[in-house]
Ligand binder design. Structure first.
Ligand code: HEC
Length: 135
């Protein structure tokens, strides 16, 4: 057993060891990458149902935007018109109700705010459907 022998032995043991370490490192990095990728895909999937849930809930939209004036049950108060009575100022047709909510109105009862820049059109459609359930 000379010194060269030991050196040779050390070298040959060192380099394959490095290669294995490199491979393990790269494999680990690759696995971390895949895990992060899967995680971001799954969190994207988790976001979608909550978004569509919000879109579907006309009630949530009503309570958030309209309740303050038209009341929890849509009965209105003082100058704010009821949304559950027989007499409607502008009419109850879907297209009219949609237009009133989107563009707003400024009539004898005061100002009904426009919501077209606040609530997405498909969500306003959900609101129109919810108003039908109230009356
Ligand atoms: C700041 C108070 C206020 C808020 C908030 C409000 N409204 Fe109104 N709304 C009014 C007023 C006042 C009128 C009557 C306007 C008029 O006389 O032309 C009205 C009218 C209406 C009408 C027409 C009723 C009829 O008899 O033809 C509908 C439908 C309506 N609002 C729905 C909504 C919905 C849905 C929301 C929520 C997205 C909402 N409003 C939020 C005040 C409000």
């Amino acid at each position: 057993m000379g010194t060269g022998n030991i050196m040779g032995h050390t070298k040959s043991a060192l380099f394959p060891g490095l290669k294995v370490k490199l491979k393990t490192g790269l494999t680990a990095l690759f696995l971390i990458f895949i895990i992060l990728l899967l995680y971001s895909i799954s969190s994207l999937n988790q976001q979608n149902p909550s978004v569509s849930e919000k879109k579907q809930s006309g009630k949530e939209l009503y309570l958030k935007h309209c309740k303050v004036c038209h009341g929890q049950e849509g009965a209105g108060r003082s100058n704010i018109p009821s949304l559950i009575d027989a007499e409607w100022i502008y009419g109850k047709q879907d297209s009219i109700v949609l237009d009133v909510i989107r563009k707003g109105r400024y009539g004898i009862n005061g100002k009904m705010p426009a919501y077209e820049s606040i609530i997405a059109k498909d969500e306003i459609v959900q609101l129109v459907e919810y108003l039908k359930k109230l009356r």
